[in-house]
Design a protein around this ligand. Structure first.
Ligand code: MRU
Length: 336
């Protein structure tokens, strides 16, 4: 299994996702500032993975006796959209408050254990989503996915790719079409890499080919991950997800979102309030450092878009599959 992130005695070890698929290099974050840098620089990315990284960053900060509020604020300022980041920091803050009467080395040990637990739990949660989601995947068909919602975007196994892995493990004959996912190319560089490692047949397509193949009848369903889901089921995910969802609806192809409960933000009534990260223009004007547009071309580079709930056939969580109307169904899910 791919080890995306791991707590070790020398620090937090993560696979450098900016170097994949050409090089498989692991870096060690020894300070909470190293972890903040890794998240900002996309060395580690994907909503659940950056949650795990943030929790481990908080633990590193506590171990170094750094100012706790500064540690949490620094990590929270790394990326704005994926709510798992804030969820994990909040979980570490709650524990820290509850430990205030203990001696520092006990606090440190408990905080490290908590961060490790968040990592272990994430894999179990993904496997549970896989069990719930696998029956939705049609046999002998192609599954289209966007971005990377796999082992690399989580502590392991993956959300959307976890469902695909579980469907394959249950004996279904499926193959995957991976959108390349401009501009950061998570689909081409990461999804193809990790599915090939598992021997799951995967075909790379550019983002603008998705409509063509959705119309062809070959695609049995679309499965994507999420960075933040509002209380009404609107989903923020990698830029381009919205276009795929609309094209799926037009062609009557089911569109599924796989996401753990830590990706839900019940404080936001709709997706309109989800903050969308704007990234550097160079990600659009250059490919691997080579200019592909005239100098000084004005650029927009929103990293995420919001898919309205009406395009989403179902949301797969670790507690089960939720279908519209989402506000009511999600409220009920949280009560179970
Ligand atoms: O900018 P990224 O690579 O962090 O964006 C990742 C995504 O949009 C994923 O689809 C999402 O985090 C789900 S990951 C299980």
């Amino acid at each position: 299994m791919i080890q995306t992130i791991q707590w070790t005695d020398s620090g937090v070890v993560m696979i450098d996702q900016t170097r994949l698929p050409l090089e498989e290099i692991y870096i060690t974050c020894r300070t909470y500032e190293d972890v903040a840098h890794a998240i900002r620089a996309m060395i580690i990315r994907g909503a659940p993975a950056i949650g795990v990284a943030a929790a481990m960053g908080v633990a590193l900060g506590v171990a170094a006796s750094a100012d706790f509020a500064t540690v949490c604020d620094t990590l929270a300022a790394t990326r704005p959209t994926a709510v798992n980041l804030f969820w994990a920091i909040e979980r570490m803050k709650i524990l820290h408050r509850s430990l205030s009467a203990l001696p520092p080395d006990l606090i440190r040990d408990r905080m490290i254990d908590e961060a490790k637990q968040i990592c272990v739990d994430d894999i179990a949660i993904n496997e549970s989503m896989g069990r719930h989601g696998a029956p939705l995947v049609p046999d002998n068909k192609t599954v289209l996915t966007h971005c990377n919602a796999g082992a690399l975007a989580t502590a392991g196994y993956g959300t959307a790719l976890g469902v695909i892995r579980a469907a394959v493990a249950s004996g279904k004959h499926i193959d995957v079409f991976a959108d390349e996912t401009r501009p950061f190319l998570q689909g081409a560089r990461l999804t193809v890499w990790e599915l090939q490692k598992d021997g799951i047949p995967t075909t790379l397509i550019t983002d603008n080919m998705a409509g063509h193949f959705l119309k062809s009848g070959r695609i049995g369903c679309v499965i994507v991950g999420a960075d933040r889901i509002a209380a009404n089921g609107d989903v923020a995910n990698k830029i381009g997800t919205y276009s795929v969802a609309v094209l799926a609806r037009e062609n009557k192809v089911p569109f599924y979102v796989a996401a753990p409960l830590s990706t839900f933000d019940f404080t936001l009534p709709t997706g309109a309030e989800i903050p969308i990260e704007q990234r550097a223009p160079s990600e659009v004007t250059q490919v691997f450092g080579v200019a592909i547009a005239p100098p000084d071309t004005p650029v927009q580079n929103p990293a995420f878009d919001v898919t309205p709930n009406r395009y989403i056939t179902a949301i797969i969580t670790e507690r089960g599959v939720v279908r519209p109307p989402y506000t009511e169904a999600l409220r009920e899910l949280m009560l179970t």
